[in-house]
Design a protein around this ligand. Sequence first.
Ligand code: ATP
Ligand code: MG
Length: 257
Amino acid sequence: MLTINNLSKRFGKVVAVNGMSLRVGRGETIVLMGPSGCGKSTTIRMINRLIEPDAGRIIFAGHDIISLGDEALRHTRKRIGFVFQQFNLIGRLTALENVMLGLVMGGMVKEAAYEKALSAMEKVGLVKFRDQKPSELSGGQQQRVGIARALAFEPELMLWDEPTASLDPMLVREVLVVMEELAKYRASTMLVVTHELPFALHVADRIVLMDKGQVVEEGIPAKVFVKPASDIGQRYKELIEYQMNTSALTLAGQRIA
Ligand SMILES: Nc1ncnc2c1ncn2[C@@H]1O[C@H](COP(=O)(O)OP(=O)(O)OP(=O)(O)O)[C@@H](O)[C@H]1O
Ligand SMILES: [Mg+2]
């Protein structure tokens, strides 16, 4: 459903993405990982042309996104949901109104937008908070409103750029649970940039590792994190082992104490 071919982008002298290629099948959940600055955000922002690529092809549902005109691009963007690290909710609107806004601006009649927004709020478990303003919600709840806002369009493809990165660690779980549910349900294809290793291990159909603007390894989590072929993969493997050991040690210590 999505094929990225030889995608490249530079910002002045900085090569952000350097011949990136990737195929994503319908209903798949792909977790994209790699060191800071390796080009993850630039890549997923190019998919809906929030950033204009310099070269390459992005074929989504049979169309080359890069050659779309303004009108066709607007139409295609409605089929692609985007959840960012920053929630960007509108403070004077209620949670439900935030979810409805894009639908109404896209020309949907209010009653239909209300129904769609309500159903999206249900999927993220926030119906009873629908009349609250963002300032009356926790960070985790605000991000779930952000997710509902994307889901309301019933997107075929969901792009996630570190959706839990700006959350208090205690609130990360509730957002990951919602994401895991969506992945399980497979209503849309998901391309997720995240540093959450447990999520990557348990939820991803495939892990794609990037370094210096390119894919350096991809495969199922059990392969990439257990028998990595790349240096980056090896680093993640060691990180997982370290985290497992430290949590086992901590638990053992608590038992003794
Ligand atoms: N608008 C911009 N102008 C100039 N340089 C940029 C811009 N956006 C990104 N870059 C550079 O491009 C490279 C890739 O950035 P990108 O944000 O895609 O990395 P990332 O993998 O998402 O990193 P992180 O994990 O820190 O979010 C970096 O060197 C970054 O500094
Ligand atoms: Mg980024």
